[in-house]
Design a protein around this ligand. Structure first.
Ligand SMILES: NC(=O)c1ccc[n+]([C@@H]2O[C@H](COP(=O)([O-])OP(=O)(O)OC[C@H]3O[C@@H](n4cnc5c(N)ncnc54)[C@H](O)[C@@H]3O)[C@@H](O)[C@H]2O)c1
Length: 392
């Protein structure tokens, strides 16, 4: 007699860094028998995490190919540096696994096409780690848009203002780099730490258009306050074939913390979603309310594997194509302007030292409110925008 199917075998490649977050997500699912963690892989020693102790029987590897051959996982979480995603994904697909692939999934449209083809050839799926797409707050916003509560939407904007200390850039050889060993890395604020802000805006555009919206043009200003190769501060305007533009105004050099707001402006009112905390204010709301509930990306992937037609993936690779199109366009942008002198203040010591760009939050907020770039707002340190049209 057949018993219940054994739980899917799961492995994590890139077990430190953000991989520890995945291990914490996996721990209760493993304990509940909903999956079986079979292996962890990292080129460095796997760090202890009190909230995700390595369960007995889990094998630890330094080479993902050796792991794929020995542990035969059915689902692989890939949480390694962005420039390693495609080759590792290829190997995992060849070994017959489905993927939970961290964002940014790949770094160019050519890589996106290659991965799409590899998925199709292997008959497997990839969920991309844009976890804020699984939030009930985003669904509440997109439901309100679909119901016409904002009237005609005229603008989509995001402001996020974080701080990243020296230790963040020192933690890994790829941090803050444009390329490593001749391969693009694009570890700028837009492509990596604040990618979710951009992706949430693309999700709003997708709701308005009824399908992922293809960017046709970008205008961008990029800045840095430290000797890195990419931006820590940027304002990006994205235009689509139809529908309102997106304006993303972000920094990792903020004096004041703004978690990440997505502001949707319509003829009948304004909505604000704070995407990292799932707080939402819709037209007519007196206060901002928290809309709890996030569908987990791994749980959704497991549910999709069990019932592909009944449970769609939250973030299938195809949904991220417009995001990757933006990375493609950003790759050709000139080096970000270095801002220093009186514009920048240095606070703290050692690895915790941060650099603040003076009044940056005010500039970003004005940019988002007006849908304008700093050069259009006559900000004294603004450079002329880089403009590019996108094919396709
Ligand atoms: N979804 C999110 O909110 C979120 C948050 C942080 C990071 N990320 C993404 O997760 C990925 C990893 O980022 P991070 O900040 O943890 O990077 P990191 O450099 O801090 O950690 C990456 C880990 O992967 C290991 N590694 C590198 N190459 C490897 C290989 N070939 N095989 C096995 N292990 C390897 C490193 O030793 C390191 O432990 C990136 O794509 C990043 O954008 C996503």
């Amino acid at each position: 007699m057949n018993g219940p199917a054994p739980p899917p075998r799961v492995a994590v490649i890139g077990a430190n860094g953000h991989g520890r977050w995945h291990r914490r997500v996996i721990a209760p699912l493993h304990a509940a028998g909903r999956l079986r963690l079979v292996a962890l892989v990292d080129v460095r020693p796997v760090e202890d995490d009190p909230n995700a102790p390595v369960p007995p029987g889990v094998q630890v590897f330094t080479d993902h190919r050796a792991m794929l051959a020995a542990a035969r996982p059915e689902v692989v979480v890939i949480c390694t540096p962005p420039h390693t995603h495609l080759p590792i994904a290829r190997d995992a697909l060849a070994a017959g696994a489905d993927l939970l692939l961290e964002k940014p999934p790949v770094l160019s449209l050519a890589e996106h096409e290659e991965l799409s083809a590899a998925l199709a050839a292997a008959g497997r799926v990839a969920q991309v780690g844009f976890q804020a797409l699984g939030s009930a707050a985003l669904t509440a916003l997109t439901d309100a848009l679909a119901a016409g509560r904002l009237g005609t939407v005229t603008g989509i904007a995001t402001v996020a203002a974080w701080q990243r200390p020296d230790a963040y850039y020192a933690r890994s050889p790829w941090a803050g780099r444009r390329s490593v060993d001749g391969r693009p890395v694009l570890d700028g604020a837009l492509a990596n730490p604040l990618a979710h802000a951009v992706m949430q805006c693309l999700a709003v555009a997708e709701t308005l258009g009824g399908a992922p919206q293809w960017p046709v043009a970008i205008e961008v200003e990029r800045y840095r306050v430290r000797p890195i190769e990419v931006e820590d501060t940027a304002v990006l305007r994205v235009r689509f074939r139809a529908g309102p533009p997106v304006l993303a105004a972000v920094t990792l050099a903020a004096e004041e913390f703004v978690a990440g707001e997505v502001v949707v402006t319509g003829t009948a009112g304004l909505a604000v979603l704070e995407y990292p905390t799932d707080r939402l204010r819709l037209p007519g709301d007196v206060v901002t309310r928290r809309v709890p509930g996030r569908r987990g990306m791994l749980e959704n992937l497991l549910a999709h594997r069990a019932d592909p037609a009944g449970t769609p993936l939250i973030a299938p690779l195809a949904r991220t194509a417009p995001f990757t199109a933006l990375l493609d366009a950003l790759r050709a942008a000139p080096e970000p302007r270095l801002l220093d002198g009186d514009l920048v203040s240095v606070v703290g010591d050692g690895g915790e030292r941060v650099r603040h760009l003076r009044d940056v939050v005010d500039v970003l907020r004005r940019a988002a409110e007006r849908g304008a770039l700093p050069c259009e707002l006559a900000v004294p340190w603004a450079v002329p925008a880089y403009r590019a049209e996108l094919a396709g």
